[in-house]
Write a protein that binds this ligand. Structure first.
Ligand code: SAH
Length: 345
């Protein structure tokens, strides 16, 4: 029985489930969830993320973290990554950050990861890392014994969302149910159309996490950087399944496709602020990476290896191009009060 058939059978018995419950099953079901069983990241997998496009991405985040550390006064810190994928970004980050004397020695690394195949990939990739590394299932488990520097690329978009169908004054939650053939389909709570002219999204999980993170950063100190697909607020139906680099219906292959939604950064940052942290404005990824000096880093790579000059140029274009990830992806920082994180001005 596939995960989709199992979910449909369970809905047949106990009724429709929220979109958030459906997302959680597709991503984390212990027997068949995408991240639990066989997440495939990278060019030859299902989807590609910035650290896989170029080493420059992780390197600049490493230099960002070292600069934050210096601005904090050089204390012992805990470097946390949320959803570290196959460990590529942390490996690039630590390699580049060695350029900042004393930083790596001041770090203990904590990786927050639920996926056991990805934990294996991370531990392999980071085997020679010059720091102590520990793994945690949840953000709340990470020790808060020292200031935190948190990095998270494409983590928030995995947090489950709920949806509402809006139709000329009608407003009711959109659930995942089954149709007459007992296959998965969207249904509306009131039995009307589940495809109203407008779908609104909200994420209790994102808001809850924003609040917890804000409280911890305000109390323990430090800064947390979030890079994700999203914007000022949620708009429309953004639930997206991706498999072999192609979008498909979330009901086509539950558990075999990655499932994400646009991040409502405003809701997330407001929750962090309400809990005592300060937050930056939202910036485009292109703006942020330029502010950190990605163009100079690309020039250095081109000079060191002229044969790869075109490749580096293409990678740079993908990361910062306005019509590519440069403006689709947004960056924001949640930080301790009174701190000025680099890269936002
Ligand atoms: N940051 C990486 C991977 C992005 S994919 C990159 O940019 O390449 C999403 C990552 O978040 C995966 O590592 C996945 O296992 C992890 N993840 C998803 N939901 C999670 C959750 N609720 N708690 C912890 N990790 C989660």
């Amino acid at each position: 029985m596939t995960l989709g058939e199992r979910i449909a059978a369970s809905i047949g018995q106990t009724g429709p489930i929220t979109v958030a419950e459906f997302m959680t099953l597709c991503l984390h079901d212990p027997l068949a969830g995408y991240y639990s069983v066989s997440p495939r990241l990278g060019e030859r997998g299902d989807f590609i993320t910035a650290p896989h496009i170029s080493q420059m991405f992780g390197e600049l985040l490493g230099l960002w973290a070292a600069d934050v550390w210096r601005r904090l006064g050089g204390p012992l810190i805990r470097l946390v990554e949320l959803g570290p994928g196959d460990g590529t970004m942390m490996a690039d980050c630590l390699r580049a950050a060695r350029a900042a004397p004393g930083f790596v020695e001041a770090c203990e690394v904590s990786l927050v990861e639920t996926s056991s195949p990805l934990r294996d990939a991370q531990s392999e990739r980071l085997a020679g890392a010059p720091v102590a590394i520990s793994w945690w299932n949840r953000w709340d488990e990470v020790p808060v014994d020292r200031p935190l520097i948190v990095l998270a690329n494409e983590f928030l978009d995995c947090l489950p969302i709920r949806q509402t169908v809006c139709d000329h004054g009608r407003s009711c939650e959109r659930y995942v149910g089954v149709d007459a053939r007992a296959t998965l389909a969207f249904v509306a709570a009131d039995g009307g159309s589940a495809d109203g002219p407008q779908i609104k999204e909200w994420s209790p999980a994102l808001k809850d996490f924003g609040g917890r993170l804000g409280r911890t950063i305000a109390q323990t100190g430090g800064a947390a950087l979030f890079i994700d697909y999203g914007g000022e607020s949620a708009s429309g139906d953004t639930l997206q399944a991706v498999r072999n680099h192609c979008r498909e219906s979330p009901f086509a292959n539950p558990g075999l496709a990655d499932l994400t939604a646009h991040v409502d950064f405003t809701a997330f940052l407001d929750a962090a602020k309400l809990n005592g942290a300060q937050v930056t404005d939202l910036k485009d990824q292109g703006f942020f990476l330029r502010a950190l000096g990605i163009e100079a880093r690309a020039d250095a790579l081109r000079q060191a290896n002229p044969g790869r000059s075109d490749l580096v140029g293409r990678q740079l274009g993908r990361l910062i191009g306005r019509d590519q990830m440069g403006s689709l992806f947004k960056v924001a920082c949640v930080h301790e009060p009174g701190f000025t994180p680099p890269g936002f001005t």
